[in-house]
Write a protein that binds this ligand. Structure first.
Ligand code: EPZ
Length: 434
């Protein structure tokens, strides 16, 4: 079983490049099923969730060609796709497999996939996704709750008014996928506003969709017949779309730079997407500055700096991202005082606390959150990556701790962070994968 081995205590220094956003790529790749022309997707992160998406696309009959050595650019044509059954094995490996439901429904009115797998953060219902699909005219063909298969069929999709009961990234994006070619007008109220929601809408609009309001809580979609870009029939133009930088990977590197009292320039970012993370780091006494070329951010901390405690409340975007909660908690283990964390998105996102306690962290789980009592530097230990972002927190803990840390179950980490050990070695970390 592979693991990361980290010798901590080295301040991270240098420049690090952020990859394309995982949570954007896992929606935009399925969205190519809606297109009537081939397209080229750039800045695709080299992570296992993307590998699964591409495997599913090929399994459905799509042609997928890597266009460069780095493995971040793909030519994709879904012209020959005739199937709508998402392979069970692949669908169970990741949460985002549900985007194939919306894309296939939008493409051909049929879709069948296993209920998604992915990080265990508590119950991960998809009732809002199904509600949106039903409003757009789809029927669920498999009713028994025991089976973990979802099969949808729509005689004909049509626009409708969808008011989400909870702000849901996945349900918002799935509603967009199913509605872009549905005749009529679709309104999505209480929509999620994350950067990856906007990225999906931008991609589809670039290919000829009519989506307004992405990034706000009301999205209006006018169904179009074809998604073939603006070059018209028979054109040979290459439609190229570049995925936005990963807000959470960038935030993870920001916290790692701060926690090791380093000085790191994080490149290829959109600073606006990082505002909630930047604000909290500045609260703790970290220097964060947007560099004048605007696609980079510098995080630095004086060696003797003692961090101030702060309070974290996770919220949908633009609030503090839940996907940054474990990483921030790790930094707060060395703040000078008590910090409180309220996790308002997921009911079970504190499994990493048990692992941090092995390294000496003093964290109490309260009714609906945690209290982190800042103290001495953590001590290296053998810990487990419980899920993707908990694994990222373990890496930060290992980088800042005295001594050696071993992290197991690293497949969770590699689902969402491309080449993370290599990238961190590039800024002075002593981390190897064995
Ligand atoms: C996406 O998950 C992300 N995953 C998660 O990131 C992220 O934590 C989450 O959004 C919130 O930002 C992907 O994009 C692949 P939600 P998603 O639907 O879409 C409830 C990571 O680390 N809900 O926004 O599954 C749900 O229980 C992963 O990259 C319903 O009740 O999250 C939760 O409490 C972890 N019914 C809240 O809404 C539904 O039908 C937000 O969930 C859907 C969701």
């Amino acid at each position: 079983m592979e693991k990361f081995v980290i010798n901590g205590g080295h301040p991270l220094k240098g420049e690090i490049l952020v990859s394309g956003a995982k949570n954007s790529a896992v929606a935009i790749l399925p969205a190519t099923l809606l297109l009537d022309v081939p397209c080229i997707i750039e800045n695709v992160p080299d992570i296992s969730d993307v590998e699964i998406c591409l495997k599913i696309l090929k399994g459905l009959g799509a042609e997928v060609k890597p266009l460069n050595q780095q493995g971040d650019t793909y030519w994709i044509s879904c012209r020959n796709v005739s199937d709508f059954y998402v392979p069970y094995k692949e669908a169970k490996k990741m949460r985002a497999s549900y985007y194939f439901l919306g894309a296939l429904l939008g493409r051909c009115g049929n879709a069948r996939a296993a209920m998604p797998g992915g990080c265990s953060l508590g119950a991960r219902p998809i009732d809002q996704h199904l509600k949106a699909f039903e409003i757009l005219g789809a029927k669920q063909l498999i009713e028994d709750q025991q089976s973990d298969i979802v099969e949808l069929h729509a005689e004909s999709l049509r626009g409708g008014n969808i008011s989400m009961d909870v702000v849901s990234v996945g349900a918002t994006m799935n509603a967009i996928l199913a509605a872009v070619k549905a005749p009529g007008i679709t309104i999505i109220e209480n929509a999620a506003k994350e950067p990856h929601v906007v990225d999906l809408a931008n991609f589809l609009n670039y290919m000829g969709a009519n989506i307004k309001g992405a990034g706000t809580d009301v999205i209006k979609i006018e169904g179009v017949k074809k998604l073939m870009g603006n070059a018209g029939e028979g054109s040979t133009v290459d439609y190229r779309y570049s995925i936005v930088p990963d807000q959470i990977e960038a935030g993870t590197f920001m916290v790692a730079a701060a926690a090791t009292k380093g000085d790191v320039i994080i490149k290829g970012v959109i600073p606006k997407h990082l505002e909630a993370i930047t604000a909290k780091l500045i609260d703790c006494g970290v220097n964060v500055e947007e560099l004048d070329n605007m696609d980079a951010i510098r995080v630095s901390v004086e060696n003797k700096k003692i961090f101030c405690p702060t309070n974290i409340k996770t919220e949908p975007y633009p609030g503090f991202p839940t996907d940054m909660q474990p990483q921030m908690a790790t930094l707060l283990t060395i703040a000078n005082g008590e910090s409180s964390i309220m996790e308002n998105v997921w009911e079970d996102r504190f499994r990493y606390v048990h692992e941090l306690r092995k390294m000496g962290a003093e964290i109490n789980i309260t009714q609906n959150g945690a209290v982190v009592r800042g103290g001495d530097l953590l001590t290296g230990a053998c810990v487990n990556a419980c899920d993707l972002r908990a694994g990222a927190a373990m890496i930060i803990a290992g980088l800042m701790a005295n001594g050696c840390t071993e992290i197991t179950e690293i497949q969770h980490i590699e689902r969402g962070y491309a080449d993370i050990a290599k990238k961190l070695r590039g800024i002075g970390a002593d981390i190897v994968k064995i």
